[in-house]
Design a protein around this ligand. Sequence first.
Ligand code: PEP
Ligand code: MG
Length: 322
Amino acid sequence: QQEQWAKLKNEPTMTKDGSHVELVANIGTPNDVEGVINNGGEGVGLYRTEFLYMGRSELPSEDEQFEAYKSVLEQMGDKPVVVRTLDVGGDKELAYLDLPKEMNPFLGFRAIRFCLENEDVFRPQLRALLRASVYGNLKIMFPMIATLEEFRQAKAILLDEKEALLKEGVKVSDSIEVGIMVEIPSTAVIAKQFAKEVDFFSVGTNDLIQYTMAADRMNERVSYLYQPYHPAILNLVNNVIEAAHSEGKWAGMCGEMAGDPIAIPILLGLGLDEFSMSATSILPARTQIRGLSKEEIASYKEELLSMATAEEVVNFIQEKTK
Ligand code: PEP
Ligand code: MG
């Protein structure tokens, strides 16, 4: 089987009926890029930049960040690299920021909420990204967007830094796509309105499931409610994909669900364009997708979306794709 996977390393990901989808990887550091290339990744769908900020006693400098982003972009050549801006808070604490303890950290002051109030942290990251943008195919993604105002504000700060750099004579790419993570239900519900302003969506199911089901992703006692195949999740994901396509944009997914062999056929049928997963899942997923017909699964879409339980969904899709 390993051998069969290896043969697909340099092949695009095509379904049995000739549709292409992109299989890309989640990474945490520039060292992870080698694994992406060795596993035939068509790009990076999520670069979690938190790791640059963790395990140290002070913020990383703009130059240090620039070097890391440049290294990832250069190694990936012309392949897309989606870099997510800092997502601290929730389960990811940084001691040196000295943030107050919260009753509900997952519902608290994290990610874009923190960055918009701490521009002294946010701006250097954006500058580092903009400076690195000329070394590859960079896309910038904001995490935990709950409202359009947050997106507009983040994008305005990005454009402001871009202007400043250009004035300083620093080269910046003009083709950087700017998108958002969809991991909060409010955003999934009004994806249509967002789609007019963002360049792309990436669904973060790890958080989207916990917020939709009101079940903490770290709490074993309620893990039975953490249901990726729940029809509520599928309807939200479908809403995001349809919204993107209606505005000529693309929709990806970078939560664990994107690499899950049970979810893959469903997501393919809903029309997901990009699947971002751990590098080692890419070749198995490519093998699976080559055996699936997108049109056929798409013909079951309405039926799947109107199901009442996750169990029904799983039984149905397993029967149809066996
Ligand atoms: C997600 O929420 O699905 C996601 C990819 O982000 P993280 O797991 O880093 O919260
Ligand atoms: Mg998340």
